[in-house]
Design a binder for this molecule. Structure first.
Ligand code: MLT
Ligand code: ZN
Length: 473
């Protein structure tokens, strides 16, 4: 701990009050490990401001003392985006007490919301106002709006509504010097110079602390249909996507791919999770169609679509949910993929995107490369086929040593990324760079692009105090 920290902690305690700061190691410990358990750090204190003015004060005091801050939402990052360092020199800045929905306007279709509201709570709040907040990710019960925006989360509905970035109309941000930028506008058109809010979305807490946002809402679906389809191959999954697009592109709410290997892990490790199809398949698609139009006849249209796909040999078996509970049970099979993999042992995660048309080739080539590198490795590709983002996750061979497997994470990620590069894809689709992937940046985003990013960082945060060690190498 730096020499001036005890005095700083006293001042912070005075300013934030006893519930606004945690310094007992028993209380700070849960904030020092990430969801994947890749990093375990230490911190002298977790700062928990409850209002924007308090965040600004914390940032000002820490900037003056030269104390680095690691902003944290639900701590669900897949890349150690909110991991504190091992030397105990960084404070955690938790936004969890900033958890108010400030305003929802169903006519403007906007929601002003604070950073610490969980995504799930935000979805419910929108629903109460008869609107839809379309962002949906597996960790939405814990992930918070601030983190979701700071990482530009994508998720299941990107195919229809875009990423988090596309849903942001306004932002409130505390800058590295403690100034508050109030950009909480709710305009759909506003061409007034640089689009500053988009600088902070996806900046992973390295340029400022997002304290609140104005999000775009959408009409709530009046008809929703969810189907689980057993298909014969990734190529067949893509053919089904094409068939959906030809049928009614506007109705596709989610189009998720799962491999038989991933589904088998879900069945094995998650209680009450079983695909409702006649026999286990090598590949699956979860298809969700939705429309805000009443009486649109989505159900017969989906039945027709699937019947035709079966006749054409694209789909082997399919089950359409008959109730909300069945819809949730089908979604659970998809959303528990990460948890099931965690229980199966150590995993290396590749969060990659390629043009949608290249997804089958990606899956085949990357599987081949990894199986050659590590015999017995369990390749578990799954994810957002409709937007080209596949989680090409690699679970350790059964019974192997987890540490020895994880020691090869760079080798495995780099091998997969060579295929990704060849297919004109990206090594980071929706999880961000965090602490795990800055080493990849010079290779993928080097030259003028990385130089520009470094200049932006230096201009906004010359002391390098916000989320050090993340995003930039
Ligand atoms: C998901 O879509 O469930 C997560 O982004 C996946 C992961 O574990 O890589
Ligand atoms: Zn995902």
């Amino acid at each position: 701990m730096a020499a001036n920290y005890p005095a700083l902690i006293d001042r912070l305690r005075q300013r934030l009050g006893p519930t606004g700061i945690l310094s007992d190691p028993a209380d700070t410990e849960p904030y020092c490990e990430d969801w994947r358990r890749l990093y375990r750090g230490r911190t002298a204190a977790v700062l928990r401001p409850a209002a924007t003015a308090e965040v600004a004060e914390v940032v000002r005091l820490c900037a003056k003392a030269g104390a680095p801050l690691v902003p944290m939402g639900g701590n669900t990052s897949m890349v150690g985006g909110a991991a504190v360092s091992e030397d105990g020199a960084q404070f955690v800045l938790s936004l969890q007490r900033m958890n108010r929905v400030r305003e929802i306007d169903p006519l403007d279709m906007t929601m002003a919301i604070e950073a610490g509201v969980t995504l799930k709570a935000a979805q419910f709040a929108a629903e109460d106002a008869d609107c839809l907040l379309p962002l949906s990710i597996s960790s939405e019960g814990s992930a918070q709006i601030g983190g979701v925006l700071a990482t530009n989360a994508g998720g299941n509905n990107t195919v229809r509504y875009g990423n988090a970035r596309d849903l942001v109309l306004g932002l409130e941000v505390v800058l590295p010097d403690g100034q508050v930028w109030n950009g909480l506008r709710r305009l759909h058109k506003d061409n007034t110079g640089y689009c500053l809010r988009q600088l902070f979305v996806g900046s992973e807490g390295t340029l400022g602390i997002i304290t609140a946002a104005v999000l775009k809402l959408f009409p709530r679906p009046r008809e929703v249909e969810v189907a689980l389809c057993a298909v014969a191959s990734p190529e067949a999954a893509l053919a089904l996507f094409q068939a959906c697009r030809e049928h009614d592109p506007a109705a596709i709410q989610a189009f998720e791919y799962m491999s038989g290997a991933g589904m088998a892990l879900v069945e094995r490790f998650i209680p009450d999770a079983k695909p409702p199809v006649a026999a286990p398949a090598t590949d699956y698609v979860l298809l969700e169609l939705a429309t805000p139009r009443r009486g649109a006849g989505l159900r017969p249209a989906l039945e027709q679509l699937l019947a035709t796909a079966m006749e054409r040999g694209i789909v082997n078996d399919a089950v359409i949910a008959e109730s909300g509970a069945q819809r949730a049970a089908i979604w659970k099979l998809r959303e528990e993929h990460s948890e099931a993999q965690k229980r199966a042992g150590a995993s290396v995660k590749n969060d990659i995107s390629v043009p949608v048309s290249k997804v089958p080739e990606l899956i085949r080539r990357a599987t081949d490369v990894c199986e050659r590198l590590v015999p017995g490795i369990r390749c578990v590709p799954f994810g957002h086929l409709g937007d080209g983002n596949i989680h090409f996750n690699l679970v350790q061979p059964e019974g192997a040593d987890p540490a020895a497997f994880m020691a090869r994470d760079h080798e495995l990620m780099d091998a997969v990324n060579e295929v990704v590069r060849d297919l004109d894809g990206s090594f980071s689709a929706e999880h961000g760079i965090g602490r795990l992937k800055p080493y990849m940046m010079p290779d993928w985003r080097g030259g003028a692009e990385l130089d520009l990013m470094r200049r932006i960082k230096a201009a906004l945060d010359p002391g390098g105090l916000l989320n050090p060690g993340k995003l930039l190498p």
